[in-house]
Structure formats: structure tokens, C-alpha cells
Design a binder for this molecule. Structure first.
Ligand code: NAD
Length: 285
């Protein structure tokens, strides 16, 4: 069994992004800029935003966080996004989800300029992903594809079982695998007999949010396991959706939690923001 080391690859990607930031600044005078919108006091959201901000600092991006109270109005968030859309110093806009219930999240995401949509959540970019055209791809599944490529794992013709079907993780994951010529099955909370499906898979990619959902008897010998889940165990430790201790004895490759997909998500946010900055620089050249 080999560990797929997302932390090491993320560091390599960060270094590469930092080098390209220097080059972009030298050639165009432009510094990539990321605006983050954080609504409310949810500690997990605040922690993620803080990690993203620190990563921006490490690679030399300009970044700004707009912190807003839980009871903020739809209009106030929309006004901020419109300002960021019009701000030439901002290349990427990230709205930290989830938003409070009074906010129409779809309307907010649709307002983000697709050329600044570094999370890849705007329907324009979703459509481009589905049709296998270049665009912005959600960071977590994009990071998984990069991690597989780093270890020379070719998904072409492989049976892939994606467990979890959210717009952020499962659906874009499935589309990326399909675009890379894998045979893809998507399972979710209403899937009958999950084990029947996972047992057929050469690669299982799980992003659900249930501790130990994937157990040893659900995995065929030599399978590749990508654990996207992030859960807080009773002892306070971060764990994924896979029973790592027992499944790791049976599989050929596995991502750890933490240190697998998580760091890759941040690395992809940086590379998506750099990509947006390079596109904006080319448009203004
Ligand atoms: P979500 O709640 O939006 O979606 C969960 C999905 O899992 C749904 O499609 C649901 O049908 C499915 N599901 C729920 N229970 C199931 C079960 N028992 N069997 C099969 N399917 C089931 O969540 P999300 O935003 O997609 O996040 C999923 C997990 O991925 C969470 O643990 C989250 O913390 C993690 N996550 C990790 C990263 C990262 O960087 N590694 C990024 C985003 C989300």
C-alpha cells in the first residue's frame, strides 16, 4: 500500500505558483488578487478562510476578506460581489459556503463574474466542465485529479465509484473522471446497497461526511482509495470517511486524512487564482 501524499504535492504546487507570481509581476506589474466573502461566525468556515488567506500570503497574492454578520441581507452581499467584479485588482472571488438561510445562494454564485469564479461554482463554468471545455473547475475534485496524475494513476477505462453527489465535490469529481475516460458510477444517500457498488470499483472516491462509511469489506483487493471527507472524531482528531486502519491493509493506494485531499484543495485555489490573473493580464495586454 502506498500513501498518496497530498501535503507534499501541495507544497510543490505552491512553490510553482509562487515562482509564476514573481514572473507575472515582473512581466506585467500585476499581482494576483483574491477576495473572500465570509458570512457569519461558523468556526469551521472561519478556519478554512484563514488557511486560504495564509496560503495567499505564502505565494505573494494580494488577498482581502469581507467579513459579514450572520443576519446580512442579500442586497449587501450582492453589492460586495458587484464591487469585486468591477475591481481590476481582484482576479478571484470566493464565497465561503454555506451561506445563512435568508440568502439565495444560487443567485449569489450566479452573480460572480465567471472569469473570477476560482471555485468553479458558477453555472457557466459547471457547463464548461460537463462539456469538457476549459474553465474553472472546483478545487477539491481538481486536486484529486492532480494527485492521481502525480502518482501516474491513469483513470482511463477504470471503474470509478464516486460516493457523494454534491455540486462541490461528487458531481464535479464524476465529470472530471468521465472527461478522463473513466467509467463512472455516482452513489449517494439513496443508493441501495452501497457495498455492491464499491466492491466493483478500481477507484473509490468518497466525499460524504460520515466517519468510517467505507469499511474493509466494501473494498476489493488492490483498489485505490481517495478519501475526501473531513470529520471531527470524538477525540477531537480530523478523520475522513474511510476506516483507514483496516482499508489501508487491502488497497494499493490511499489518501490520508489529514494530509491527503485537504492540502490539494488549497493548492488548487491558488492555481485557479493564478490562472485567472494570467487571463486578466493577457486581456489587458
Ligand atoms: P454535502 O452534505 O453537500 O453532500 C454529501 C453527499 O453525501 C450527498 O450527495 C449525500 O447524498 C451523500 N451521502 C450522505 N450520507 C451518505 C451515506 N450514508 N451513503 C452514501 N452517500 C451519502 O457535503 P459536501 O460539501 O459534498 O462534503 C462532503 C464531505 O467532504 C464532508 O466531509 C466535507 O467536510 C468534505 N469536504 C472536503 C473537502 C476537502 O478539501 N478535502 C472539500 C469540501 C468538502
Amino acid at each position: 500500500m502506498q500513501i498518496l501524499d497530498g501535503k507534499a504535492l501541495a507544497q510543490k504546487i505552491e512553490k510553482n505558483v509562487a515562482d509564476k507570481v514573481v514572473k507575472l509581476k515582473n512581466e506585467t506589474g500585476r499581482t494576483p488578487g483574491l477576495a473572500v466573502i465570509l458570512v457569519g461566525q461558523d468556526p469551521a468556515s472561519a478556519a478554512y478562510v484563514n488557511m486560504k488567506k495564509k496560503a495567499c500570503d505564502r505565494v505573494g497574492f494580494y488577498s482581502v476578506t469581507h467579513e459579514m454578520p450572520e443576519d446580512i441581507s442579500q442586497e449587501a452581499i450582492e453589492k460586495t460581489i458587484t464591487m469585486m467584479n468591477d475591481n481590476p485588482n481582484i482576479d478571484g472571488i470566493l464565497v465561503q459556503l454555506p451561506l445563512p438561510p435568508q440568502i439565495d445562494t444560487t443567485k449569489i454564485l450566479e452573480l460572480v463574474d465567471p472569469s473570477k469564479d476560482v471555485d468553479g461554482f458558477h453555472p457557466y463554468n459547471v457547463g464548461r466542465l460537463v462539456t469538457n471545455l476549459d474553465g474553472f473547475v472546483p478545487c477539491t475534485p481538481l486536486g484529486v485529479m492532480e494527485l492521481l496524475a502525480e502518482y501516474d494513476i491513469d483513470v482511463k477505462g477504470k471503474n470509478c465509484c464516486v460516493v457523494g453527489a454534491s455540486n462541490i465535490v461528487g458531481k464535479p469529481m464524476a465529470n472530471l473522471l468521465l472527461n478522463a475516460d473513466a467509467t463512472v458510477e455516482i452513489c449517494h444517500i439513496f443508493t441501495d446497497d452501497l457495498k455492491k457498488h464499491t466492491l466493483q470499483a478500481d477507484i473509490i472516491l468518497v466525499g460524504v461526511g460520515v466517519i468510517n462509511l467505507i469499511k474493509e469489506d466494501m473494498v476489493k483487493d488492490g483498489a485505490i482509495i481517495i478519501d475526501i471527507g473531513i470529520n471531527r472524531a470524538e477525540n477531537g482528531k480530523l478523520v475522513g470517511d474511510v476506516d483507514f486502519e483496516n482499508v489501508s491493509k487491502k488497497c494499493s493506494y490511499i489518501t490520508p486524512v489529514p494530509g491527503g485531499v485537504g492540502p490539494m484543495t488549497i493548492a488548487m485555489l491558488l492555481s485557479n487564482t493564478l490562472k485567472a490573473a494570467e487571463l486578466h493580464a493577457a486581456e489587458n495586454a
